[in-house]
Design a protein around this ligand. Structure first.
Ligand SMILES: *Cc1c(COP(=O)(O)O)cnc(C)c1O
Length: 252
């Protein structure tokens, strides 16, 4: 590696070093990820605005979120509750000028629901009724309802978070009747498989369940699936939101 290589903004691909990202690197990575999503939409003959990007900032400092916000990204996802809340609080001032939206996408224990309900805007990782009930009961009355996705264990992986396919619809319907929650859709994290075609097939099962909910009259608009390594397959299968960490912020 040439140590004297000059810095240039014209690099076609952003480097993915785990160091703090500067604003120009943030913008380059953001544009590269947006180009991937757009290309996948073209191939799938879907409109370019059919897929939203959630930037997964877990393990990265608030300054990295700041850099991505300056690059025009407003929706951020966090896995670890306390870490996420610390960032939300640290960036509260920014929120007065920039409409940041925070999504909880990690496992939630009962003793963390109060923190989640008080600080996040969305929760994509609801996989049992008890957690949904606590979130609704603990959502402060002066805040809008929490926007909720049901996390579904779409590929039946053992020891995985997510409600089973067979129980998912009952959970979605129960969430609909909780006053401080607004059901938005379905989230899944399938295990990686060998080929693109297999990955698409797994994601299509999630899309079929999402379509069945819509056909049954559930007012859902969000199918959250696809990450740095498999977002093309997810977009092909009908994702409306992809959750991207590594390709934006670097290796963890
Ligand atoms: C970490 C994480 C992501 C992002 O994964 P990358 O491979 O880094 O893009 C997306 N969704 C969830 C639930 C995650 O935990």
């Amino acid at each position: 590696m040439a140590l004297s290589m000059p810095h240039t903004n014209a690099m076609p691909t952003a480097d993915l070093s785990p160091t703090l990202i500067d604003p120009s690197a943030a913008l380059a990575r953001m544009e590269a990820v947006r180009a991937r999503i757009q290309q996948a939409c073209v191939l799938a003959q879907r409109p370019a605005d059919a897929v939203q990007l959630l930037a997964v900032s877990k393990t990265f400092p608030a300054d990295s979120v700041l850099a991505m916000a300056a690059a025009g990204q407003h929706a951020f996802g966090e896995n670890y509750i306390q870490e996420g809340v610390d960032k939300i609080v640290a960036l509260a001032d920014l929120r007065r000028s920039t409409p940041l939206v925070w999504h909880c996408i990690g496992p939630i224990q009962s003793n963390k629901t109060r923190l989640v309900a008080a600080h996040f805007d969305w929760v994509q990782s609801v996989d049992r009724l008890k957690i949904a009930e606590r979130l609704s009961a603990q959502r402060p009355a002066d805040l809008p309802p929490l926007q909720v996705c049901v996390q579904v264990n779409i590929d039946d992986g053992a020891n995985k978070s997510g409600v089973s396919m067979t129980e998912a619809t009952d959970l979605a319907m129960a969430i609909q009747s909780l006053p401080q929650l607004q059901l938005r859709g379905l989230m899944c994290i399938p295990d990686p498989v060998d080929t693109h075609a297999e990955q698409v097939a797994v994601f299509k099962r999630a899309r079929a369940l999402f379509d069945a909910w819509r056909a049954a009259g559930l007012p859902v608009d969000t199918l959250s699936m696809g990450m740095s390594g498999d977002l093309e397959a997810a977009v092909e299968a009908g994702a409306t939101m992809v959750r991207v960490g590594t390709a934006l912020f670097g290796a963890r």
